[in-house]
Design a protein around this ligand. Structure first.
Ligand SMILES: *Cc1c(COP(=O)(O)O)cnc(C)c1O
Length: 451
């Protein structure tokens, strides 16, 4: 778009049938036009409901391209990006190593329906870095990973009951889309229309950061070892250790949903950081370098229950996809212990600049940091403390967040459009980029406070 003001880019033109190199007038791409036209053919104009601006109001910006820590919308506006595909692009957008890997892979074919050496290498790379993952099976999303882990846990134990935690998110898996009541142990009710009560009849939703007493009918406890879908809520001391001990006591499997934390908190994920070894681990996001992927890894004896060697069915036309596994290998090759030291320092720096900007504008907010992850919580309900469970996380001031979100966006900082998302700092967020975020937020919030 840049350099072609008044003309439209054929790839973003919204005029019906326009394929001209220069198309003046009606077809000029605007966020509003593309979004409205999308909404005619795509429900809500989005393919993942969290991308809609429902929680904050307004029209989503439509991305035309991205590089490093920046995205550009179809109107040519540059945004510093803290969404980073909800954490999937830890190296930043369009990282040269990823682009080279997928370009090279693509010319050899995009999917075969037969095994490849690349799948083997990526499984080995994960297994070497995450010792609990003696074997790994690939699929196409985090959602598929959690649904496979649930089936595998049930098939391996011969039990049906699954324990989950309030405020944890495990993707769009029916059995895990259960809504619990508040504060107390509750049998799950469907968390959305379209999930029959039978699908969650064996799902229990318990308060995060409290070790439950399990019964011997539990197949698995599935948990975000560091919760990053209710703002950022780290595990309380003893919580994960307690889950491990309870699972061992009753013969249940402990499943860590590391779709966000895997290869984001460190090479060994959250499990290395907290030193608790799960039986199964779900991956997604980072391990695909921005391409669709998911994986379940775990104990050899349990993983051996997957078909074709075991009785628990799993299959996927595109599972272990050559392009996605090429991107995954490229991203793991780029990450080492130093990367995470660097990311942790940047996470602390981001938290500090956001805290300062909010303080200057008298916006009550917390930006808790756990390793490389940064959360946010708005309002004074917790008297300046960060939340430690879902009830506390829910006390965030959503309307205040919406105001901060729009002030940020109008000054060129893209936050995810939801008050409960984490902030994703990647290797493209240099100190200069983070300081630019700080300056933009300072201007955004102080001018919003004055108006
Ligand atoms: C994103 C996410 C999922 C779902 O992954 P998709 O690839 O979006 O299906 C599952 N669990 C956690 C913890 C996540 O953050």
């Amino acid at each position: 778009m840049s350099g072609s003001i008044g003309f439209c880019d054929p790839t973003t033109c919204v005029a019906a049938g326009c394929d001209a190199v220069v198309c003046v007038g009606k077809g000029i791409a605007s966020n509003e036009r593309i979004f409205n036209r999308s909404a005619q053919v795509i429900p809500g104009g989005v393919n993942s409901s969290i991308r809609a601006f429902k929680a904050v109001g307004g029209t989503p910006y439509i991305v035309s391209r991205a590089t490093g820590a920046h995205v550009w919308d179809v109107e040519g506006r540059e945004l510093v990006d803290l969404v980073q595909s909800y954490g999937a692009v830890i190296l930043g957008h369009a990282h040269p190593a990823i682009v080279a890997a997928i370009s090279a892979a693509a010319v050899d074919g995009t999917s075969y329906g037969a095994p490849t050496a690349r799948e083997m290498k990526l499984a080995e790379a994960i297994s070497e870095r995450v010792p609990s993952c003696e074997m790994v099976r690939f699929m196409n999303s985090g959602t598929e990973a959690t649904s496979t882990a649930v089936r595998l846990a049930r098939g391996s134990t011969g039990r049906d009951k699954i324990v989950t935690f309030h405020g944890n998110f495990h993707g769009a898996t029916d059995a895990l889309l259960a809504a619990g009541g508040s504060g107390v142990a509750t049998l799950g009710l469907p968390g959305t229309a379209g999930v029959p009560k039978e699908a969650v009849a064996n799902t229990w939703v318990l308060p995060y950061n409290e070790v439950p007493a399990l019964e011997s009918d539990v197949a698995a406890v599935i948990v975000e070892p560091v919760a990053a879908n209710m703002g950022l809520v780290p595990p309380a001391p003893g919580f994960l250790e307690g889950l491990r001990a309870e699972c061992d006591r009753v013969g249940a499997l402990l499943v860590f949903d590391e779709v966000i934390t895997g290869f984001r908190l460190g090479l060994g994920g959250a499990q290395a950081k907290v030193d608790v070894r799960p039986d199964l681990t779900c991956f997604g996001k980072v391990i695909g370098g921005g391409l669709p992927i998911g994986a379940v890894g775990g104990r050899r004896d349990i993983m051996s229950n997957l078909s074709p060697i075991g009785a628990v069915f799993h299959a996927g036309t595109l599972a272990g996809n050559p392009i996605a596994t090429a991107a995954g290998l490229a991203v793991l090759n780029e990450l080492n212990a130093d990367s995470y030291m660097e990311l942790s320092a940047r996470a602390r720096r981001l938290s500090a600049v956001l805290r300062d900007a909010c303080a200057a504008a008298h916006v009550p907010a917390q930006f808790p940091v756990f390793g490389t992850l940064v959360g946010m919580h708005f309002g004074s309900a917790l008297n300046g403390r960060a939340p430690s469970n879902f009830d506390e996380a829910k006390s965030t001031d959503e309307r205040l967040f919406a105001r901060v979100f729009h002030a940020a966006l109008s000054h060129g900082v893209a936050l995810a459009p939801g008050a409960y998302e984490a902030l994703f700092v990647g290797l493209a967020h240099t100190d200069e980029v983070i300081d630019k975020i700080g300056e933009r937020m300072m201007t955004a919030l102080t001018s919003a406070a004055r108006s």
